[in-house]
Design a binder for this molecule. Structure first.
Ligand SMILES: Cc1cc2nc3c(=O)[nH]c(=O)nc-3n(C[C@H](O)[C@H](O)[C@H](O)COP(=O)(O)O)c2cc1C
Length: 167
């Protein structure tokens, strides 16, 4: 593994591009069992005086079970060369497929959780808040169309307790 710890304040990044366009792998669990999935919704910033990453996970995802039962989740960002791998992890479930075998990605067990060796940036996030997206709370009802055919997301705010950058 060739990661080193990085201070978040030293990072120069574009969250809109990284999250919305390049996507990331959301992972939870450890060497005894983990799952990962592609996500393109999320936010990074500061809440309650700490750096945070917020993700939204539909309860139908296998990854949801791992995010629910673990205190930590990780966010792994990759270069464009892994786009195919991320497409796979976003269109197949860990219930039916071994995503590592199918994509060639290498899990890294770090800080009691799981990330990927091919990532160029990893956030280790400790869950500090969770909530369910609720129909009645939408002010812009047009966004409800995202829920025509699947259940409402659960939202998790994680404190970024460590960040690792590829050397
Ligand atoms: C580009 C892209 C972005 C996605 N973003 C999210 C997301 O933010 N939240 C979510 O719940 N699912 C998202 N998904 C869908 C999951 O990645 C997909 O359902 C995956 O197969 C779940 O795998 P799992 O069952 O192994 O957890 C996204 C899929 C793609 C392709």
């Amino acid at each position: 593994m060739s990661f080193s710890k990085v201070n978040l304040l030293d990072l120069n990044l574009n969250p809109f591009k990284m999250i919305g366009k390049q996507w990331y792998l959301l992972t939870a669990g450890n060497n005894e069992g983990y799952n990962t999935m592609t996500a393109s919704w999320g936010q990074m910033g500061e809440i309650w005086g700490v750096p945070t990453f917020t993700c939204l996970v539909r309860p139908s995802r296998y990854t949801y079970e791992f995010v629910e039962k673990n205190d930590i989740f990780t966010v792994s960002f990759f270069g464009d060369e892994q786009k195919k791998a991320l497409s796979f992890c976003g269109s197949h479930s860990g219930r039916e497929y071994d995503k590592v075998k199918e994509t060639g990605l290498t899990p890294v067990f770090i800080d009691g959780t799981t990330a990927f060796d091919e990532a160029n940036l990893v956030f280790i996030c400790k869950k500090i808040y969770e909530d369910k997206i609720e129909k009645d709370l939408f002010l812009d009802k047009s966004k409800l169309s995202f829920y025509d055919s699947d259940a409402f997301h659960k939202i998790y705010i994680g404190e970024i307790i460590a960040a690792y950058k590829k050397d």
